[in-house]
Design a protein around this ligand. Structure first.
Ligand SMILES: NC(=O)c1ccc[n+]([C@@H]2O[C@H](COP(=O)([O-])OP(=O)(O)OC[C@H]3O[C@@H](n4cnc5c(N)ncnc54)[C@H](OP(=O)(O)O)[C@@H]3O)[C@@H](O)[C@H]2O)c1
Length: 349
């Protein structure tokens, strides 16, 4: 038997965690692959998976037999330790969506870049989360940049597609883009993609994060949340989910606020507002796959990703942790918003 640990979270109170231990049968069925999780990143994006877990179905990816509790998904690397699929032998390294658990069994269906987990409980869930890349088949993989990849890659695809959607629509007629939670990785990745495109970038952030956000050198102006923005035609990109910030901006800008787009909710208070439109990355992905072809898209994303990763290590230092107890501690810290934006957390399992 294989000893497995899993960190579970109370679905109604994300501050309550527990480390569970159980035994996993080493017997694998047809097409099954046993993965041992290697290391993962943990950011506010993972907290969102818990905050809107019921709405989007994030709790369903890694079901656990513990009433009222669930497993938060993380992005990271894992190694095949046993397999009934010839082309996925022990030692194969993969990147994808992983549980807060030492091991995961997947039912693999091969693709050109790796495999998809076809487990029954994942069949109805968004396809983007079910694919795993085999590192030896991934052109963007660089073994020296695994930490950068686990932290930024899931976020930067959104940054890239969001910036592209704005440019694709000529910024909806605006020449200023106001971005909340400007210190977050997905927000500053978007700012990096927008630089040099003829728009003024205004970052809104908490007072304590102004200095860090300015130090990135990506925004033309950085303001604390309670400061007034200039009245000029603007697009709002909301990563904070703050109803107050939204209302203040609408009151101040009026008709000059030409587009209001919701992407995140770092403040963990889901709310809907008819003035804001939800950003749905798969839609822009589909559009650009058709416009540019899958290869053209991969080439453009690859160029943007390389430009970003060349700088990202200088913006954010890595804090390393290991094991289930430290994983639970990092979860508490990111959930509480205590984490300093100049440091990002990588956990080895
Ligand atoms: N829709 C999509 O496709 C998509 C994809 C990726 C990410 N996102 C969303 O984008 C947001 C940013 O994710 P990330 O992983 O890039 O974040 P991150 O780098 O971990 O962001 C950290 C920042 O978020 C704010 N924050 C964090 N915890 C907080 C708390 N408890 N209370 C208040 N503010 C808090 C602070 O920024 P400030 O002080 O600057 O506010 C903090 O510096 C998340 O809501 C995520 O779900 C959406």
């Amino acid at each position: 038997m294989i000893s497995r640990w899993t960190v579970v979270v109370d679905r109604d109170d994300l501050t309550k965690t527990e480390v569970l231990h159980d035994e996993l049968s080493p017997e694998l069925g047809d097409c099954e692959v046993l993965l041992k999780v290697s290391h993962v990143g943990l950011t506010a994006n993972n907290v969102t998976y818990g905050v809107i877990g019921d709405l989007i179905g994030y709790w369903k990816f890694f079901p656990v037999a513990a009433e009222g509790r669930g497993v938060i998904p993380l992005w990271g690397f894992a190694d095949v330790v046993d397999s009934t699929v010839d082309s996925l032998p022990a030692g194969t390294r993969v990147y994808g969506y992983l549980p807060m658990s030492s091991h995961l069994v997947v039912r693999a269906k091969l693709t050109s870049s790796g495999f998809v987990d076809t487990a029954d409980h994942r069949a109805e869930l968004p396809a983007v989360y079910n694919g795993y890349l085999v590192t030896s088949q991934d052109a963007a993989y660089d073994p020296r940049q695994e930490d950068i990849q686990v932290l930024f890659r899931p976020l930067f695809m959104t940054s890239f597609l969001l910036a592209d959607q704005l440019a694709d629509n000529d910024f909806y007629g605006a020449r200023t883009v106001v971005i909340s939670s400007a210190s977050s990785k997905t927000a500053f990745g978007t700012a990096q993609c927008l630089r040099g495109q003829g728009v003024r970038l205004v970052g809104l952030t908490s007072p304590r994060n102004v200095e860090f956000t300015e130090s990135l050198g990506l925004y033309d102006t950085v303001l604390p949340y309670d400061a007034q923005v200039d009245v000029e035609p603007s697009v709002y990109l909301d990563f904070s989910g703050s109803a107050d910030v939204r209302s203040t901006l609408h009151d101040r800008l009026g008709d000059s606020l030409v587009k209001d787009i919701s992407i995140g909710l770092t403040q963990q208070k889901p709310s809907s507002d008819s003035r804001s439109q939800f950003f749905f990355a798969p839609e822009q992905l589909r559009k650009r796959s058709a416009d540019w072809g899958p290869e053209g898209l991969a080439e453009r994303f690859g160029a943007a990703w390389h430009a970003f990763t060349a700088q990202a290590g200088g913006w954010v230092g890595i804090a390393r942790h290991s094991g289930p107890d430290e994983l639970a501690e990092v979860w508490q810290s990111v959930l509480a918003g205590k984490a300093n934006p100049n440091t990002a957390d990588v956990i080895t399992f």
